[in-house]
Write a protein that binds this ligand. Sequence first.
Ligand SMILES: [Zn+2]
Length: 105
Amino acid sequence: MSLGIKKNDTILIISGDEKNKRGRVLDVSPKKGKILVEKINIIKRHMKPSKKYTQGGIVEKEAPLHRSNMMLVCPKCDKATRIEYKILESGTKVRVCKKCREVLD
Ligand SMILES: [Zn+2]
Protein backbone atom coordinates (compact mmCIF):
# COMPACT_ATOMS: atom_id res chain seq x y z
CA MET A 1 0.00 0.00 0.00
CA SER A 2 1.35 3.40 -0.91
CA LEU A 3 0.80 6.20 1.54
CA GLY A 4 1.79 8.89 -0.94
CA ILE A 5 4.29 10.22 1.56
CA LYS A 6 8.00 9.56 1.51
CA LYS A 7 10.96 10.14 3.74
CA ASN A 8 12.08 13.81 3.78
CA ASP A 9 8.71 15.10 2.56
CA THR A 10 7.16 17.97 4.49
CA ILE A 11 3.73 17.28 5.92
CA LEU A 12 1.04 19.33 7.64
CA ILE A 13 -0.77 17.89 10.63
CA ILE A 14 -4.52 18.27 10.13
CA SER A 15 -5.96 16.81 13.32
CA GLY A 16 -5.17 16.20 16.95
CA ASP A 17 -3.01 18.11 19.40
CA GLU A 18 -0.40 19.06 16.84
CA LYS A 19 -2.85 20.42 14.28
CA ASN A 20 -1.41 23.00 11.84
CA LYS A 21 2.19 22.09 12.58
CA ARG A 22 4.54 21.17 9.81
CA GLY A 23 7.34 18.69 9.97
CA ARG A 24 9.81 16.66 7.96
CA VAL A 25 9.13 12.96 7.50
CA LEU A 26 11.76 10.80 9.18
CA ASP A 27 10.34 7.38 8.46
CA VAL A 28 7.35 5.71 6.82
CA SER A 29 5.75 2.37 7.77
CA PRO A 30 3.46 1.52 4.82
CA LYS A 31 2.11 -1.67 6.41
CA LYS A 32 0.96 0.12 9.54
CA GLY A 33 0.00 3.29 7.68
CA LYS A 34 2.14 5.24 10.12
CA ILE A 35 4.56 8.05 9.62
CA LEU A 36 7.27 9.39 11.89
CA VAL A 37 7.64 13.16 11.70
CA GLU A 38 10.48 15.24 13.08
CA LYS A 39 9.55 17.14 16.28
CA ILE A 40 5.87 16.11 16.03
CA ASN A 41 4.08 13.91 18.57
CA ILE A 42 6.95 13.89 21.04
CA ILE A 43 6.58 11.38 23.80
CA LYS A 44 8.67 10.93 26.91
CA ARG A 45 10.17 7.55 27.45
CA HIS A 46 11.73 6.30 30.58
CA MET A 47 14.97 4.66 29.62
CA LYS A 48 17.07 2.31 31.60
CA PRO A 49 20.76 3.10 31.50
CA SER A 50 22.30 1.61 28.37
CA LYS A 51 25.27 2.14 26.10
CA LYS A 52 23.43 4.89 24.25
CA TYR A 53 21.88 6.55 27.31
CA THR A 54 24.45 6.02 29.99
CA GLN A 55 22.46 7.97 32.58
CA GLY A 56 19.11 6.42 31.78
CA GLY A 57 16.21 8.68 32.72
CA ILE A 58 13.68 10.37 30.47
CA VAL A 59 14.27 10.59 26.75
CA GLU A 60 12.06 12.60 24.42
CA LYS A 61 11.33 10.87 21.17
CA GLU A 62 8.92 11.18 18.27
CA ALA A 63 6.11 8.62 18.04
CA PRO A 64 4.62 7.75 14.65
CA LEU A 65 1.27 9.21 13.62
CA HIS A 66 -1.32 7.69 11.32
CA ARG A 67 -1.31 8.84 7.71
CA SER A 68 -4.88 10.16 8.08
CA ASN A 69 -3.67 12.84 10.51
CA MET A 70 -1.60 14.63 7.91
CA MET A 71 -1.41 15.98 4.38
CA LEU A 72 1.57 16.33 2.13
CA VAL A 73 2.88 19.88 1.70
CA CYS A 74 3.73 20.42 -1.94
CA PRO A 75 7.33 21.62 -2.32
CA LYS A 76 6.38 23.56 -5.47
CA CYS A 77 3.33 25.56 -4.34
CA ASP A 78 3.80 25.23 -0.55
CA LYS A 79 0.20 24.14 0.04
CA ALA A 80 -1.12 21.09 1.85
CA THR A 81 -2.47 18.95 -0.94
CA ARG A 82 -3.79 15.61 -2.04
CA ILE A 83 -1.76 13.82 -4.63
CA GLU A 84 -2.38 11.90 -7.81
CA TYR A 85 -0.16 9.46 -9.58
CA LYS A 86 1.01 9.78 -13.12
CA ILE A 87 3.00 7.32 -15.22
CA LEU A 88 5.74 8.98 -17.24
CA GLU A 89 6.73 7.80 -20.73
CA SER A 90 9.71 6.12 -19.11
CA GLY A 91 7.28 4.00 -17.08
CA THR A 92 8.16 5.72 -13.81
CA LYS A 93 5.25 6.38 -11.49
CA VAL A 94 5.42 9.87 -10.04
CA ARG A 95 3.35 11.91 -7.63
CA VAL A 96 1.53 14.98 -8.87
CA CYS A 97 0.22 17.83 -6.72
CA LYS A 98 -3.55 18.22 -7.16
CA LYS A 99 -3.31 21.95 -6.52
CA CYS A 100 -0.54 23.10 -8.87
CA ARG A 101 -0.30 19.97 -11.08
CA GLU A 102 3.50 19.86 -10.68
CA VAL A 103 5.32 16.56 -10.59
CA LEU A 104 6.75 16.09 -7.11
CA ASP A 105 9.33 13.40 -7.68
ZN1 LIG B 1 1.65 22.07 -5.62
